[in-house]
Design a protein around this ligand. Structure first.
Ligand SMILES: Nc1ncnc2c1ncn2[C@@H]1O[C@H](COP(=O)(O)OP(=O)(O)OP(=O)(O)O)[C@@H](O)[C@H]1O
Ligand SMILES: [Mg+2]
Length: 281
């Protein structure tokens, strides 16, 4: 009996958060690094299902760096990273789109639907969801910079009770394909939707300092310093840029969380002590 009362207390302790977040839009970036094993994927999908059931409007944007690397290796196509972004040749772009839009997007969407969440998997090419132009005059090849988000499409899906699952591929007026860093994609989508929160699930506990210790809160000034001295590097660069961009655009908080930890989303959102790094304006 004592155990049952404890369980009831745990459920009840989430009530103030559920009331606070009801009807709010949360954009969740599901990093390729966090999509490693089947159990983690199942737990992620259960968390999304729960968030949706308690009335949170969830939008998923996913990455796929690791799987893209595997396929590029198999096909012996070279790719390198500059500033945390994958320099994408035309040949690599085909693989990037195939993996993100064809494989990962449909896998996540199908898992959500299997668990009873009505999910719709789309890329930026569907109904011109994401329009882009070449980033930095082609310095990174087919890496694009989002110029426009068709927010109405996402809002319609949400209104009809669907969870949109977005692959970060964008297009332009000539129907070209652009590789968009998934963090920057999540930030643009969250800004366009005026989301309440953006959460980046990745493969570290959050942002770590020079001693490998977790930093629980950061602002722009502190981030600039960590970037300058190289503590923030690689894939964390676009992630902090994305987090800063969306808080600047009115999203109240951005969180970087450990996607390797089962139910980290629930721990962050429904308990008093956050577990990752929170980035504020
Ligand atoms: N200060 C830092 N703290 C934590 N991680 C850092 C830091 N600086 C660089 N990183 C790197 O950033 C990586 C996370 O970014 P990465 O792009 O690899 O993953 P992701 O964005 O979750 O996946 P994907 O790009 O496939 O969506 C970490 O694995 C780590 O190696
Ligand atoms: Mg990344």
């Amino acid at each position: 009996m004592h155990k049952k009362i404890k369980t009831a207390n745990v459920i009840i302790s989430a009530l103030p958060y559920i009331q606070k977040f009801r009807d709010k839009i949360f954009v969740i970036k599901y990093g390729g690094s966090a999509q490693t094993d089947d159990k983690l994927k199942e737990d992620f999908v259960k968390d999304i299902t729960l968030l949706q059931i308690v009335g949170i409007k969830v939008v998923v944007v996913h990455g796929g760096g690791k799987k893209i690397n595997n396929y590029l290796d198999k096909l012996e196509i070279k790719s390198e990273f500059i500033d945390g972004l994958r320099v994408t040749t035309k040949e690599a772009m085909q693989v990037v789109e195939m993996v993100l839009s064809g494989s990962i997007n449909k896998e996540i969407t199908a898992l959500l639907n299997k668990n009873g969440t009505r999910a719709v998997g789309i890329s930026g090419k569907d109904a011109n969801l994401l329009k882009a132009k070449t980033l930095n005059d082609g310095k990174y090849g087919y890496v694009g910079e989002i110029t426009d988000v068709n927010a109405a499409l996402i809002l319609n899906l949400i209104k009809d009770g669907f969870v949109p699952v977005i692959a970060p591929i964008a297009t332009d007026d000539d129907a070209n394909s652009y590789n968009i860093n998934a963090d920057l994609c999540a930030s643009k989508v969250a800004s366009a939707l005026k989301a309440e929160r953006v959460i980046f699930l990745t493969d570290t506990r959050g942002i770590l300092d020079q001693n490998g210790e977790l930093i629980s809160k950061l602002d722009k000034k502190e981030i600039d310093k960590l970037k300058q001295n190289g503590v923030i590097s690689g894939g964390m660069i676009p992630k902090v840029d994305a987090a800063l961009e969306c808080v600047k655009n009115g999203v109240s908080n951005a969180h970087i969380l450990d996607g390797r930890l089962s139910h980290s989303l629930l721990l962050e959102l429904f308990t008093d002590d956050g577990i990752g790094t929170m980035i504020k304006q």
